[in-house]
Design a protein around this ligand. Structure first.
Ligand SMILES: [Zn+2]
Length: 268
């Protein structure tokens, strides 16, 4: 295995953004993160920055601050980190302007979006339609936290041409929901972060049904242990070496190139 792209992380510059539960005693620092990941074979990390505390009534400037931190980190970690940015359906005008701004900067990854942390609940709202329409115009990837599934179903039905990457396989019923959506949209992908991969046979089953092309390696570092996910994919003899290569690297590489992400183009 030459390279691994971790499609789903939440990197951090300061401790307020470090979502590792055990950070105060044993967490990996911001400075040590690239080495920690590279020692596991991970050559690129993607994703949005989030806070480890809740902000009541989040304003747009709270959202924008996280996006600016991601841009700052992307400069520091050029060649290692592909930044993801937040949009917020309660701030539609600002979100559309943010998509324009990020497009100009060559940042084409939205998310992971986490509605429960930002105070919204509907993936199928009119505002989200406008956000997804503009994202499609700029060929952006839309990575979202799986919840409010009935609205996710509607979103995927309404926007079959958007590149949508769901996060977290979840337990059996959730995973079946993801596979149903794969049937409805050939642009629907699933990153393996969070709950799911520890269920034996889950990944092999998904690959058998839809091919390895729809699955992306992801960990949700630093709230989850990326070693578990590297092993969960890499040591699973139910998955062929050719498919492991696709899940670890080839699929995410193709998506990031297809969307012309300037921070990825500069990757080593
Ligand atoms: Zn996440």
């Amino acid at each position: 295995m030459n390279k691994i792209i971790d499609f789903h992380t939440h990197p951090f510059i300061n401790e307020g953004q470090n979502i590792c539960t055990y950070r105060s005693d044993v967490g990996v620092s911001f400075e040590d993160t690239p080495k920690y990941m590279k020692d596991l074979g991970v050559t690129t990390v993607c994703g949005s920055i989030i806070n480890n505390f809740t902000i009541e009534n989040m304003t747009w400037s709270d959202v924008e601050a996280l996006n600016n931190e991601a841009l700052k980190l992307a400069e520091i970690w050029r060649g290692f980190y592909v930044p993801g940015f937040h949009v917020h359906p309660h701030y539609l005008k600002e979100s559309l302007a943010e998509i324009e701004r990020m497009h100009k900067l060559g940042v084409n990854l939205i998310g992971e979006l986490i509605p429960y942390g930002f105070g919204w609940t509907d993936y199928a709202s009119k505002a989200m339609d406008e956000i997804l329409d503009l994202a499609l115009q700029y060929n952006m990837i839309f990575n979202f936290h799986t919840m409010y599934e009935d609205t996710v179903d509607k979103m995927v039905e309404k926007h079959p041409n958007n590149i949508i990457v769901a996060a977290h396989p979840g337990e059996y019923p959730d995973f079946m929901g993801h596979l149903e959506r794969m049937k409805k949209s050939e642009n629907y992908y699933l990153d393996l972060s969070g709950t799911g991969v520890f269920r034996q046979g889950m990944l092999a089953y998904g690959i058998k049904k839809f091919g390895a092309e729809r699955f992306l390696y992801g960990s949700d570092f630093p709230v989850c242990n990326p070693a578990v996910f590297v092993g969960g994919v890499g040591l699973d003899s139910l998955v062929s070496d050719a498919d492991k290569e696709k899940v670890f690297y080839t699929n995410a590489d193709a998506l990031l190139k297809r969307t012309d992400n300037s921070f990825y183009e500069n990757a080593e």
